[in-house]
Design a protein around this ligand. Structure first.
Ligand code: HEM
Length: 146
């Protein structure tokens, strides 16, 4: 699996799982909600793994101001997942915390979508790095002048 294919597959899976988390939360189906949260976090981690590899294939600075914006947003979003996690566990003990869980949950969904959108914008604006393997290979295998 190439980094780009892996990244796109896991990004879509993460967004789909997050949709499932929202639906099961709204339907009060806790037994499905919590395992879906765990699956979303594993999928998010795998997306970040592939995203770092995709980043090496592009000259991200060439995309301009969207790059620092996206990178800052991506870090903020990753840490923001802690808020619905903590308040979700808290809600199971103190139902009054649900207000906060709901707010943080929708904030994290919005941040995730914004991160995906700015990431796509960044990659579309970035130059692809030259394929080093091809150039090096061409030199190694070129017939020698006699
Ligand atoms: C990324 C993490 C999470 C997200 C995005 C999320 C999202 C949501 C959403 C959207 C709701 C429904 C809000 C509404 O009614 O409008 C909800 C409800 C709920 N969530 Fe989460 N959640 C997350 C993690 C957790 C965790 C880790 C737990 C507990 C271990 C948890 C426990 C609950 C509970 C107890 C409810 C209320 C369900 C009920 O009323 O029975 N959530 N969550």
């Amino acid at each position: 699996m190439t980094p780009l294919v892996g990244f796109l597959c896991f990004l879509l899976l993460t967004v789909a799982l997050l949709g499932g988390v929202v639906l099961t939360g709204r339907a009060k189906r806790r037994r499905v909600h919590v395992p879906l949260v765990a699956a979303t976090l594993v999928s998010l981690g795998t997306t970040i793994f592939f995203a770092e590899r995709v980043g090496r294939l592009f000259d991200l600075d060439s995309a301009g101001v969207i790059t620092p914006i996206h990178l800052a947003l991506a870090k903020l979003t990753t840490f923001a997942y802690l808020l619905p996690l903590v308040t979700g566990i808290w809600t199971t003990r103190r139902p009054a915390m649900f207000r906060w869980h709901r707010r943080f949950a929708y904030a994290v969904v919005a941040l995730t979508l914004a991160t995906a959108a700015t990431g796509t914008w960044m990659l579309l604006g970035a130059r692809r790095m030259p394929a080093l393997g091809v150039e090096a290979g061409a030199q190694v295998h070129a017939p020698r002048a006699q």
